[in-house]
Write a protein of this length. Structure first.
Ligand code: ZN
Length: 224
């Protein structure tokens, strides 16, 4: 079966920048599973996958315009260090800042005496990405997957599992969250409610390149 809209593809990939530095890769035996035709993958990768079938192996360079876009300078901001409280900041840490458009991950670029430069651009913004792709499997999407617009690995809807971090605000403006430790990664977290009622969270990548998020309801902070 060839890859086209309404197929579900399992693929393993390594993505590097043009200098050959590895930016991301799937783990052995844990391919990425995606429903094609619903913007689940970056545009350039979906285009490149089209027509391929199980067993194919190819590489493709995707330009920023069909990947994560160009760097937006206005998303790089200098903020007061005090908004991070006494959290031990390090360059490269990723925080999740609440915005009017929902949670936005921001990376710590530079730490100065009293301020911190944070960048809300996607880490791959402005980068041409070189994908080395192996197609592990291609199958027809189920009706349910087409309705949801995403793949259901092993037949389960990922958004119905408490596997990934999810959070929402209830009517009272309370912040609720659930998450699950995967048993192999560490979770680091820092929460600060600033005067504006903003909620900040940090993400860290472990050595495996896994992205972990930890949200905990902090009664003390809620009291502020
Ligand atoms: Zn679903």
């Amino acid at each position: 079966m060839k890859i086209s809209r309404n197929t579900v593809v399992s693929l393993s990939f390594t993505v590097t920048d043009l200098e050959g530095q590895v930016l991301d890769r799937t783990k052995p035996g844990e391919p990425m599973v995606a429903l094609i035709g619903y913007d689940n993958l970056i545009e350039g990768l979906e285009k490149a996958l089209d027509g391929h079938e199980k067993g194919d192996e190819f590489s493709v360079v995707v330009n920023p315009s069909e990947a994560y876009g160009e760097v937006n300078e206005s998303l790089i901001q200098e903020v007061d260090k005090s908004m991070f409280g006494d959290f031990a900041l390090e360059v490269g840490q990723v925080f999740e800042a609440e915005s009017t458009h929902g949670p936005v991950p921001v990376i710590v670029k530079e730490i100065k005496d009293n301020t911190v430069i944070v960048d809300a651009n996607h880490p791959f913004a402005g980068k041409a990405l070189n994908f080395l792709v192996v197609i592990d499997d291609v199958r027809e999407a189920t009706e349910e997957e087409k309705k949801h617009g995403h793949a259901h690995p092993d037949g389960h809807c990922p958004s119905e599992e408490h596997h990934h971090c999810c959070h929402h605000h209830d009517g009272d403006g309370e912040h609720h969250c659930c998450h699950k430790h995967d048993g192999e990664g560490e979770h680091h977290c820092c929460h600060e409610h600033d005067g504006e009622g903003e909620h900040h969270c940090c993400h860290e990548h472990d050595g495996e390149g896994e992205h972990h998020c930890c949200h905990e309801h902090d009664e003390e902070h809620e009291a502020h």
